[in-house]
Design a protein around this ligand. Structure first.
Ligand code: NAI
Length: 255
């Protein structure tokens, strides 16, 4: 068994990597020496992230990928493995905010989208990647859930349900795939400054962070990306089925 802390030469696919935490994750993986498939629904955003990494002498390539389209998943994973020669790491990060009151007319549509993007897509990507992960020396899957899977906010039930589903998917697959040495873990970010939260007024962000997090501030996307990378090191070989908050102490706080 190797306990390397190097990702040099590893091949990682990140979904929703055109902005926020996905972009930061692609960047940190590339800086650690991985070949990164930067994928996003927004192809030009993915291209901008990959271009920046390549200009810094790092290894990255962009793909347009709508994670709700199973034909695109098959196509892109085929191209990524063809281009880079395999696949070691899958990061299911793509997400959308999905607020809707339970009695809203739009509830069914919001629910369907939340589950499609943030739960069904995860299993479809994992199932498509599995034959390639089985060839890897250090196969790793990280799913990005949310502290909304551990506690919840009013009118956020489609999002909270999808994210809670990610915890179940993570744990069941960790048990199912453990005998093959494939680790499956889940991160629950707390309040992080990304596109998803940029419309929250600064004053509300400050009040929320001071009242709710132990560290009294929002986190940066990079602070989540470093945990994701840590879970994907060859040396992280005995961590699986874990649900890890990266939340500035939000879930630890009682008063
Ligand atoms: P973001 O909005 O900056 O990035 C999300 C990315 O996902 C965007 O680039 C978007 O184009 C992409 N995306 C949306 N639908 C897609 C689809 N169908 N197929 C492929 N890509 C798609 O948001 P952020 O904050 O970086 O979110 C990343 C993950 O972190 C999400 O799963 C989100 O739910 C989760 N999260 C975010 C928190 C926050 O405070 N920002 C807190 C907890 C979890």
């Amino acid at each position: 068994m190797t306990f390397s802390r190097s990702l040099k030469g590893s091949i990682a696919l990140v979904t929703g990597a055109g902005s926020g935490m996905g972009a930061a994750t692609a960047q940190v993986f590339a800086e650690e020496g991985a070949h990164v498939a930067v994928t996003d629904f927004n192809h030009s955003a993915a291209e901008a992230v990959a271009k920046d990494l390549v200009e810094r002498g790092l290894s990255a390539q962009a793909w347009g990928l709508d994670v709700t389209d199973s034909a695109q998943i098959t196509k892109v994973i085929g191209e990524v493995t063809g281009q880079f020669g395999g696949l070691d790491i899958v990061i299911n990060n793509a997400g959308v905010s999905a607020f809707s009151a339970i009695d809203s007319d739009s509830y069914d549509a919001v629910w369907a989208k939340a589950l499609a993007v943030m739960l069904t897509a995860h299993q479809q990507i994992i199932r498509t990647a599995l034959p390639h992960l089985r060839q890897s020396k250090a196969p790793r899957i990280v799913n990005i859930a949310s502290t909304e899977a551990l506690g919840a906010t009013s009118r956020d039930s489609p999002y909270a349900a999808a994210k809670a589903g990610v915890l179940g998917l993570t744990r069941a697959l960790a048990v199912e795939l453990g005998a093959e040495g494939i680790t499956v873990n889940c991160i629950c970010p707390g309040p992080i400054l990304t596109g998803m939260t940029e419309n929250v007024p600064e004053v509300d962000r400050t009040i929320f962070a001071k009242r709710r997090t132990a560290l009294r501030r929002y986190g940066s996307p990079e602070e989540v990306a470093h945990m994701t990378v840590s879970l994907c090191l060859p040396a992280a070989s005995y961590i699986t089925g874990a649900v890890i908050p990266v939340d500035g102490g939000l879930m630890a706080r009682n008063a």
